[in-house]
Design a protein around this ligand. Structure first.
Ligand code: ZN
Length: 321
């Protein structure tokens, strides 16, 4: 009898500890929303509409198959290439047909810090017609805006006026908390592919994934240090071939860190995105930096971007997206 009771107790204890472990895992589970900028393609001047279509379909197929929600941010200027307008618009429409959402990233990727408030407002308005139409055809409304270069204004008055302008037009700003500079890898990756340098291609992917992992680890720590917990994060990616080919591996990196993938709407419900944020500056920065700087604690010691990738990117001299 005594032995039996002990056995029952042991089983019960194991069961309870299993329950607790899975509860803890659920509590600890990280959440992230994926956003993809510079559509229909970051390198829209350098590639054909056919390439954009192939790239978009590959990227979206991976995301859809893995049930990962995403919002894509558009620069409508990139649609206007002689003889390719219809096909480029179709590439954008694919986002909605696959069940994703589109937002505004200004007409020509204008920086609020460089062009000034009035010109930037015109850029926002000029960036709307095509996506508004496509969204309406899918019974959706244009509701998200992403600042090009993450430039939110060089002074607080400009920043607040720009925000009020966006709110008035029905936008919610899409912040960024995770960013591993895929745009810096992208031209080097394209060039390696073009030259059929498979070894370099592999080296770049390896570097991109491990740098991303380091950025995620750093950002998780910075989150806790700055606001006391890890918010529902928002990851910034770009419409490029590197993501089309390898976003699945990037998602695996995140899954190994305990992330699950949520909509931008869900992410924005996190109270972190209502925190006091008075950041202004010449340099566009992520929102973890905004919060830290607003608290007078500028962050230090993030992972260093691989110099060899930067050197190769600069040699290719493609303008920044
Ligand atoms: Zn951009």
């Amino acid at each position: 009898m005594k032995v039996k009771q002990t056995l029952v107790q042991t089983i019960a204890a194991v069961y309870v500890s299993l329950l607790l472990t899975s509860w803890a895992a659920a509590q600890a589970s990280r959440q992230v929303s994926i956003t993809i900028d510079d559509l229909p393609a970051a390198a829209s001047n350098f590639i054909s509409a056919a390439d954009i279509t192939r790239m978009t379909s590959k990227l979206l197929t991976t995301l859809r198959d893995q049930k990962v929600p995403a919002v894509g941010f558009v620069n409508e200027k990139k649609v206007y290439k002689l003889g390719e307008v219809d096909e480029r618009i179709k590439a954008l429409e694919m986002w909605l047909d696959y069940g994703f959402e589109l937002g505004n990233h200004t007409y020509s990727h204008a920086s609020l810090n460089r062009v000034g408030l009035k010109a930037w407002e015109d850029e926002v308005v000029q960036g709307e017609p095509i996506i508004q139409l496509l969204l309406a055809q899918h019974n959706m409304k244009l509701r998200y805006f992403r600042h090009p270069y993450l430039d939110t204004g060089r002074d607080l008055l400009t920043r607040r006026e720009a925000e009020a302008f966006l709110v008035e037009r029905g936008y919610r700003i899409a912040p960024v908390t995770l960013d591993a500079w895929d745009w810096m890898y992208a031209p080097v990756y394209d060039d390696a592919k073009k030259r059929q340098n498979a070894a370099l291609e592999q080296e770049l992917v390896k570097s991109y994934l491990s740098y991303s992992d380091a950025v995620f680890a750093y950002s998780e720590q910075l989150s806790v240090k700055t606001i006391g917990y890890e918010p529902k994060q928002i990851l910034l990616l770009h419409g490029n071939q590197l993501e089309a080919d390898h976003v699945g591996e990037l998602l695996d990196v995140m899954r190994r860190r305990g992330y699950r993938f949520i909509t931008l709407e869900d992410a924005l419900s996190d109270p972190a995105y209502s925190l006091s944020d008075t950041y202004v500056g010449e340099e566009g920065r992520g929102w973890l930096d905004h919060w830290a700087i607003s608290q007078g604690k500028p962050p230090q010691g993030g992972p260093v971007f691989p110099q060899w990738v930067m050197d190769r990117a600069q040699k290719l001299r493609r303008p920044q997206p």
